[in-house]
Design a protein around this ligand. Structure first.
Ligand code: UN1
Length: 479
C-alpha cells in the first residue's frame, strides 16, 4: 500500500483546505488513495475572484510566455508519466499501461497547445466597400469553468485547460469526485512549470461546486464532460446568463461489421473498442452490428476472446481489464446485463459476479448476443465492459440501426469495401467516424465531438478548440 495523499484546492496559486473525503482505490477498496477537501460555493467565489484578477496579466502576456509554461509542464508530465500514470490507475482503475498512456497523452496535449498559443491567427478581408479593410482577431474571453469526468482524469482536464490557457484565458477546474488526486497532479505540475498565481484554480468537491461555477456571473464559459442529465442542467444554467457552454456527454456507439471484413481484425477492433479501459469511455463500441454472413463466426470468436480477458488489479502487469471506478458503476453494468437478459438477449460471455480476494469493484466483461435495436441495452449508455450484438441482413439495415439511437458521438465500420466505407463516413449520424478502427481512441490534434444527444456547442481539441476558447473580434478600417 502507498501512503494516502492529503489533497487541497488550488486557489490563487496556493494550496487551500484540508482533506476529509476518501478517494478509494477501485482495485482494492481498503486503500484510501487520497483525502480530498469538500469545496462549496465559497471556495468557487474565491477561485473565480483569483482567476478574474489574474486575467488581464495572462491575457496580455506574450504568447511565447504562455507557450513556454505549457511546454515546460508537458515536459515535466512526460518525465513523470509513470508515477502520474500509477496514481491514475490507483485512483480510477484503468490498467497501468492505460494510466501511463493517458498521462503521456496529457503531456502531449500540453505540448500541442504550447504550439497553438503561437499560431493564433485571424483573417484579413477586403470589405464590400472600396477602401475599407476588415480584419478578424481572436482574443481571450475571460474565466472558464471546466467540469471534468473521472474516466479520463488527466487527459480531459488537460484538453480543456491547455487551450483555455494557451489562448490567454484563466481557469477554475472542478474535477470529478472519484478522481481528484489525478487532476490535482496536473494542476500542481502547471504551477511548477511557472504558471502565474490565480491563472489556474482547482476547487475539489461535488455537485454544489459545479453548480456554483455554472451560476457564477464572472465565469464567461463552461466546458463540461459527463452525463447527459448533468449536462442538460449545465447548459440551461449557462444559457440563462448568456455564458458560453460546451458539453460532451454520452454515446451508444455502433461498430458495424460487414461480411467482407477480416474476421480477426474485426474481433480485435471490437475487443478494444468495447472492453479496454473497462468500457468506461464515452467513445466505447457498445453496439456491435453484424451482417448475417459473418455473424455467427464473429460472435463466437469474440465471445471466446472476451471470456479470456484477464480482469484484475489495475497495477498487476497481467491485467487487461481493471475494475469499474465505483460500486455504483459496477452495479450499473450488472443491472443492464440483467435487463438485456430479461428482454431476450443471450449472454455469450461473462455476465457473472467476480469474487476476488481483495475487495474491488470488478465486473466480468460481458457480451450479449441476439439483441434487438429497440432493447434498452441498445439505447442507454452502460459505461462498463458490456457490449451487445445485433444481427442485420445488409449494409443499409446496418446503417439504419447504427443511426437509430439518440446519441451520435463516434461510429465505426469494419469492411474492405471502399464504397461502403465512404458512404458510411458521409451518412453516419455521428461526430466522428472510424473505418477499420475502434470507435474509441482518438487523436488530440484534431476536433473531437459528437452530434444529437452526445454533444452540444463547439468542438473540443485540435484547431477547433480556438472556436470555444477565443472571442472573434471583427475590425473595420478605412485609410
Ligand atoms: C478516447 O476515446 O480516446 O469521456 C477519448 C470520454 C471521451 C473521451 C474519449 N470524452 O470517454
Amino acid at each position: 500500500m502507498t501512503a494516502t495523499i492529503e489533497l487541497s484546492h488550488w486557489i490563487n496559486g496556493e494550496r487551500r483546505g484540508a482533506g476529509t473525503v476518501e478517494s478509494l482505490n477501485p482495485s482494492d477498496t481498503r486503500e484510501v488513495v487520497a483525502l480530498a477537501p469538500e469545496g462549496r460555493a465559497a471556495e468557487v467565489d474565491e477561485a473565480v475572484a483569483a482567476a478574474s484578477a489574474a486575467f488581464d496579466g495572462w491575457a496580455g502576456a506574450s504568447p511565447e510566455a504562455r507557450s513556454d509554461v505549457l511546454d515546460r509542464a508537458g515536459t515535466l508530465l512526460m518525465e513523470r508519466r509513470e508515477a502520474v500514470g500509477r496514481l491514475l490507475s490507483r485512483e480510477e482503475g484503468k490498467t497501468l499501461a492505460e494510466g501511463i498512456g493517458e498521462a503521456a497523452r496529457a503531456a502531449r496535449i500540453l505540448k500541442y497547445f504550447a504550439g497553438e498559443a503561437l499560431r493564433l491567427h485571424g483573417q484579413n478581408l477586403a470589405s464590400t466597400r472600396p477602401g475599407v479593410e476588415v480584419q478578424t482577431y481572436r482574443q481571450p474571453v475571460g474565466v472558464f469553468g471546466l467540469i471534468t469526468p473521472w474516466n479520463f482524469p488527466i487527459a480531459i482536464p488537460a484538453w480543456k485547460a491547455a487551450p483555455a490557457l494557451a489562448f490567454g484565458n484563466t481557469v477554475v477546474i472542478k474535477p470529478a469526485s472519484h478522481t481528484p488526486a489525478t487532476a490535482e497532479a496536473l494542476v500542481a505540475i502547471l504551477h511548477e512549470a511557472g504558471l502565474p498565481k490565480g491563472v489556474l484554480n482547482l476547487v475539489i468537491g461535488g455537485g454544489p461546486v459545479g453548480q456554483a461555477i455554472v451560476d457564477h456571473k464572472d465565469v464567461a464559459g463552461v466546458s463540461f464532460t459527463g452525463s447527459q442529465g448533468v449536462g442538460a442542467g449545465v447548459a440551461a444554467g449557462a444559457a440563462a446568463r448568456q455564458a458560453r457552454v460546451q458539453l460532451e456527454m454520452g454515446g451508444k456507439n455502433p461498430l458495424i461489421v460487414l461480411d467482407d471484413a477480416d474476421l480477426d481484425r474485426a474481433v480485435n477492433i471490437a475487443l478494444d473498442g468495447s472492453f479496454f479501459a473497462t468500457g468506461q469511455r464515452c467513445t466505447a463500441s457498445s453496439r456491435l452490428i453484424v451482417q448475417d454472413g459473418i455473424h455467427d463466426r464473429f460472435v463466437s470468436a469474440l465471445a471466446e476472446k472476451v471470456a479470456a480477458l484477464r480482469v484484475g488489479n489495475a497495477l498487476d502487469p497481467d491485467t487487461q481489464v481493471g475494475p469499474a471506478v465505483s460500486e455504483a458503476q459496477r452495479e450499473t453494468s450488472y443491472r443492464y446485463i440483467d435487463i438485456a437478459a430479461s428482454e431476450g438477449g443471450r449472454v455469450v460471455a461473462g455476465g457473472g459476479r467476480l469474487n476476488r480476494q481483495a475487495p474491488g469493484w470488478y465486473v466480468e466483461p460481458t457480451l450479449i448476443a441476439d439483441t434487438d435495436p429497440a432493447m434498452r441495452i441498445n439505447n442507454e449508455e452502460v459505461f462498463g465492459p458490456v457490449a451487445s450484438t445485433i444481427r442485420v441482413k445488409d449494409y443499409e439495415e446496418a446503417l439504419a440501426v447504427a443511426n437509430g439511437v439518440e446519441f451520435g458521438l463516434s461510429a465505426g465500420i469494419v469492411t474492405q469495401s471502399l464504397k461502403h466505407a465512404r458512404d458510411f463516413q458521409r451518412r453516419a449520424k455521428a461526430g466522428m467516424t472510424m473505418v477499420n478502427l475502434a470507435t474509441a481512441g482518438v487523436d488530440y490534434h484534431v476536433p473531437f465531438g459528437g452530434t444529437k444527444a452526445s454533444s452540444y456547442g463547439p468542438r473540443e481539441q485540435g484547431f477547433a478548440a480556438a472556436d470555444f476558447f477565443t472571442l472573434t473580434k471583427t475590425s473595420y478600417s478605412a485609410g
